[in-house]
Design a protein around this ligand. Structure first.
Ligand code: GLY
Length: 260
């Protein structure tokens, strides 16, 4: 039988409160909210152009980082796991997304105290789940995830990171056998099983890309890394997310992808 599963995404419109977002590794700059909202619409259009069916949730007026939906839920084929974000200001995002999660997965687990994990720290490549040990995500959450996912055949590996917000700031998958990586922020040895493409030296933040089937979506501000990814044989689309980057956001964190 051919695989007829369709790629879906949950996205949430940019909060008017995004100017009060959490920041950890970058300095605060003025964010143009209207431009951020326009760029987010372009991002959703880019996902749509790649064949993704997007469900756009309404903006949350008092949750500044709620556009970064990836951090509040992990969606696997077999189940969903609601997270417990590391930043206290972001915890309410989980209850805000829970009802829609329950409509797409019948089995829903939840990370509980003392565990904390942001979805940006969770990189799934096939049945392998890499979880960043970061300012946001801790070993207690990794232990809980390991217990929840093991019955479904997933192997979980903890990966320390440095000088960046999330594991997926440092590394994402271009395919099941290739990663795009900034080895200054994560030890490349954790990904020895994969072909590795290193980000351009002048583009430290370029490792965060969205993989849609065989296509790659990345920010438009990393032309050197884009050229490297294209030279490795990948089709790349780009989108300008400069205002979301000022909120320490990236392209993966603006959607939760799942098959349906
Ligand atoms: N502003 C994104 C985050 O810190 O979670």
């Amino acid at each position: 039988m051919p695989d007829i599963s369709i790629m879906h995404a949950l996205c949430r419109a940019v909060s008017p409160a995004i100017t009060d977002c959490e920041l950890s590794f970058i300095d605060r700059e003025s964010i143009d909210v209207a431009l951020a909202q326009a760029q987010h619409r372009d991002y959703i259009a880019a996902l749509g152009a790649l064949g993704v069916r997007v469900t756009e949730l309404p903006a949350e007026p008092v949750l500044p980082d709620s556009v970064f939906v990836e951090d509040s839920v992990l969606l696997f084929d077999e189940l969903a796991v609601l997270t417990r974000p590391g930043a206290i200001s972001r915890r309410a995002e989980v209850d805000a997304i829970a009802p829609v999660v329950q409509s797409v997965r019948s089995r829903v687990e939840r990370i509980t105290q003392p565990g904390t994990v942001d979805g940006g720290d969770v990189l799934c490549i096939g049945q392998h789940v890499f979880v960043g040990l970061s300012q946001r995500s801790n070993q207690a959450a990794i232990d809980q995830l390991t217990a929840v996912l093991k019955p479904f055949g997933y192997a979980v590996t903890a990966v320390p990171i440095r000088n960046c917000l999330h594991l997926k700031s440092a590394v994402t998958a271009l395919s099941d056998d290739t990663v795009l990586i900034n080895p200054e922020w994560v030890a490349a040895g954790y990904f020895d099983a994969y072909r590795q493409i290193r980000v351009a030296e002048s583009e430290a933040h370029a490792a965060n890309v969205v993989r849609i089937g065989a296509a790659i979506l990345m920010p438009s501000c990393f032309p050197e890394t884009r050229a490297l990814v294209q030279a490795a044989g990948f089709a790349v689309s780009t989108v300008d997310v400069s205002e979301l980057q000022k909120a320490e956001g990236a392209v993966t964190c603006c959607c939760v992808l799942f098959t349906g």
